[in-house]
Design a protein around this ligand. Structure first.
Ligand code: SF4
Ligand code: SF4
Ligand code: SF4
Length: 284
């Protein structure tokens, strides 16, 4: 009895260590769960950010998730019902756990609500952290210029765009705020009918801002024109090619002596006649 009583007795010191171990255990479990949760909550590479956002990795390090950009957006959620719920969604959403975007960061989905390319871009100067970099949308005169922003680039899926079938549709062309600049309708003869024309929407990637008004306006069930982040949508030429007709591009190689640049391989040491007369092309 005496022994059992001693065993069961919980001293304040023992209670302290028991609670500590319990709390540490729960804390460690919480850290593990949170780590798993946040790694799952990384942004999809297709995430579209507000105007003038830094490149994605810098943006994630810089954005303090304050929501001031969404608050400043002219197209913020409106029309509260009696319970205070927002009935009209705004352009910029702040990511929640169920979104495929880093939690708390701003993004937009053009098919739901595009960006309206406001002339004075109020979302950008509202950002206190520099995650939205005002320099990116400031022109040489020091003015904010909405045309400089690049949230992404519109891409046309020619297999589902009905204009490429020969049907008349210019919904995206008409919706574009940079009418006849960011999208042009390119005439082509319809050889299937022989008497009709195609008017195909073609995006000028240098002008398109990625606002998504075209995506929103597209008449197909799933939009045949849609905005992708620029680095996803576009290829990259690299430094090996130079535009002979472009003076600015030629500047890149102005100091290079073309004759000093040669590439020699075992094969290149041989002459063309060796190759043609060998009879065994596989050797070459
Ligand atoms: S440009 Fe206008 S519509 Fe677009 S995110 Fe900024 S404030 Fe909102
Ligand atoms: S205002 Fe800037 S720091 Fe705040 S949520 Fe928007 S991008 Fe992030
Ligand atoms: S995203 Fe569409 S509507 Fe916006 S500028 Fe580009 S082509 Fe025009």
């Amino acid at each position: 009895m005496g022994q059992k009583g001693t065993k069961d007795k919980i001293t304040p010191r023992r209670r302290f260590f028991t609670n500590l171990a319990h709390n540490v255990g729960l804390g460690a479990m919480g850290v593990l769960l949170w780590a798993g949760y946040t790694s799952k909550a990384k942004s999809s590479p297709l995430t579209l950010r507000p105007p003038a956002a830094l490149p994605e990795s810098d943006f994630l390090k810089t954005c303090i998730k304050c929501g001031l950009c969404a608050e400043a957006c002219y197209n913020r959620p409106q029309n509260l019902d009696k319970e205070g719920n927002k009935l009209t969604p705004g352009t910029l959403k702040m990511a929640k756990a169920q979104d495929d975007v880093t939690i708390g960061t701003p993004f937009f989905i053009p098919r739901d609500v595009p960006c309206y390319m406001c002339e004075d871009i109020p979302c950008v100067p509202a950002c206190p952290s520099g995650a939205l970099d005002i320099k990116k949308v400031t022109n040489e005169k020091g003015e904010l210029d909405i045309r400089l922003m690049k949230m992404g680039v519109a891409v046309v899926d020619v297999s589902s765009c009905i204009a490429f079938w020969g049907l008349q549709c210019d919904a995206c062309y008409r919706a574009c705020p940079l009418l006849d600049e960011a999208i042009k309708l390119v005439y082509d003869r319809n050889s299937r009918t022989g008497k009709h024309a195609f008017l195909k929407p073609v995006v000028n990637v240098d002008v398109c801002t990625g606002c998504g008004l075209c995506e929103k306006a597209c008449v197909t069930e799933k939009p045949a024109i849609f905005v992708l982040p620029t680095d996803v949508a576009l290829g990259k030429v690299g430094d090996h090619y130079v535009k002979g007709w472009d003076k600015a591009d030629q500047q890149r190689v102005k100091d290079v002596d073309i004759n000093s640049v040669t590439t020699q391989t075992e094969r290149s040491k041989k002459k063309a006649e060796d190759y043609l007369n060998s009879g065994n092309l596989l050797e070459y």
